[in-house]
Design a protein around this ligand. Structure first.
Ligand code: DX5
Ligand code: ZN
Length: 221
């Protein structure tokens, strides 16, 4: 398995100081910046769009930006985010009419592509698109808000997806999003995840370096 990646979600950052917050988590050892896009339509909350992603690039952020689209429809935002500097773009399969087309569109812009599954969304969407995926992300909370509790059934689903990925032979990251904390990250990794989104667990602490170090220690044992 590839090295574990820790991806702080800026949903829990101080938006008034977003550039500094991103610099701080990266300096503290984060690998990737997770960027939660909510449209008050697909999910009941409203956040930020491509302009903020572009602003972070202009500010000087060079780390990978992992854009999690919680929007419907999906396709119209893909070029905008790719041009704004997204590295990875993931979307929820039930939010687009043509899953295969949306995945191809993301890759056509040179970004990594991924599908996101809500806690109750079946994995059957994966059946014919494994060759077009760089990331599979499992939501371990219902999308829309930070600070929710990890839904335990995600553990079984993670193990199922781990097996699907391994059996496929493709190089696909297994990302988990929602309720990831210092005290459950090791168990989540054991179930098969190799990329961990954490919002409140990181931004809710004063010392970002200390919490990221404790997470990495829990991961490496
Ligand atoms: C929820 C978002 C998550 C959220 C995670 O819809 O997709 O990325 O920020 O927040 P925590 O880590 O606080 O559960
Ligand atoms: Zn997210």
């Amino acid at each position: 398995m590839r090295p574990f990646l820790i991806a702080p979600s800026i949903l829990s950052a101080d938006f008034a100081r977003l550039g500094e917050e991103v610099d701080a988590v990266l300096a503290a050892g984060a690998d990737v910046i997770h960027f939660d896009v909510m449209d008050n339509h697909y999910v009941p909350n409203l956040t930020f769009g491509p302009m903020i992603c572009k602003a972070l690039r202009k500010y000087g952020v060079t780390a990978d930006i992992d854009v999690h689209l919680m929007v419907k429809p999906v396709d119209s935002l893909i070029p905008d985010f790719a041009n704004a500097g997204a590295s990875i773009i993931t979307f929820h399969p039930e939010a687009t009419e043509h899953v295969d087309r949306s995945l191809q569109l993301i890759r056509s812009y040179g970004c990594k592509a991924g599908l996101v599954f809500n806690p109750a969304t079946p994995l059957t969407y994966l059946d014919y698109v494994m060759d077009k995926l760089d990331v599979i992300m499992l939501m371990s909370v219902n999308p829309g808000f930070g600070g929710q509790s990890f839904i335990p059934a995600t553990m079984t689903k993670l193990a199922q997806v781990r097996k699907l990925i391994d059996d496929s032979g493709y190089d696909i990251r297994l990302e988990v999003d929602g309720g990831v904390k210092e005290d459950n990250i090791a168990e989540i990794a054991k179930a098969g995840a190799d990329m961990f989104v954490a919002g409140s667990a990181i931004f809710g602490q004063d010392n970002y370096r200390a919490v990221i170090e404790r997470m990495r220690l829990a991961l490496t044992g």
